[in-house]
Ligand binder design. Structure first.
Ligand code: DGI
Ligand code: FE
Ligand code: FE
Length: 189
């Protein structure tokens, strides 16, 4: 599938501003893959589809999760913001025939991250965080660090997100901590 077909599929699922975000994530991810390597078509598809389930109602996402034995039940105990990645990966596999596990995992883990992320997973994760439409404290630093080192960029994004959630007294999904610990240990070596 080429990226234009992916955009055509995804656009009707998304509010206009979410579709604009998606296009910026694709552009950012492609630039990162030119710097850090990776199959450009896979990067484009994973980025184009990453938020396909973002604007689905929460109760519908919940039903998908309950129906799918391979998804962890504990997702439902955490914020519903965490549900659209895993359900999006199921949607593109079932409805649009995307079978590549690396693409599916990049979609599935784009919000939480996870330990031992592949290059494609990291590129989609950080492109989502630093795309040019994002405005929050620390974003410029995250952009600059990502230009220098992909792992360091993901590490600072995870650190900022964990700190942000903690300040708001929100729970943090374990995979996010595991992703942070994994990169912390890798970067020490
Ligand atoms: O879908 P997007 O808005 O493009 O971005 P996203 O998929 O990264 O998800 C949005 C939010 O999910 C992010 O701003 C923080 C929130 N969130 C809530 N609980 C957690 C969490 N993010 C992580 N990484 N871990 C959590 O436990
Ligand atoms: Fe998302
Ligand atoms: Fe996104």
């Amino acid at each position: 599938m080429d990226v234009n077909k992916a955009f055509e599929i995804v656009q009707p699922f998304l509010k206009p501003e979410r579709f604009e975000h998606t296009k910026r994530v694709v552009e950012t991810a492609v630039k990162l893959s030119q710097k850090y390597g990776g199959d450009q078509n896979k990067v484009e598809l994973a980025a184009a589809f990453h938020d396909i389930a973002k604007n689905r109602p929460a109760d519908l996402l919940k039903r998908w999760i309950l129906r799918e034995p391979l998804l962890p039940r504990d997702l439902l105990e955490f914020h519903h913001e965490l549900w659209h990645g895993p359900v999006g990966a199921l949607m593109v596999r079932q409805d649009y025939g995307i079978e590549d596990p690396d693409i599916l995992n990049a979609i599935r883990y784009h919000t939480t991250g996870r330990p031992a992320m592949t290059k494609l997973e990291k590129i989609v994760f950080i492109a989502d965080y630093i795309e040019p439409g994002r405005k929050f404290p620390g974003i410029e630093e995250a952009r600059e660090i990502t230009e220098k080192d992909l792992d360091l960029g993901c590490h600072v994004a995870l650190k900022n997100t964990i700190q942000f959630l903690m300040k708001q007294r929100q729970p943090i999904y374990p995979a996010t901590f595991y992703a942070y610990n994994d990169l912390t240990q890798k970067l020490k070596r």
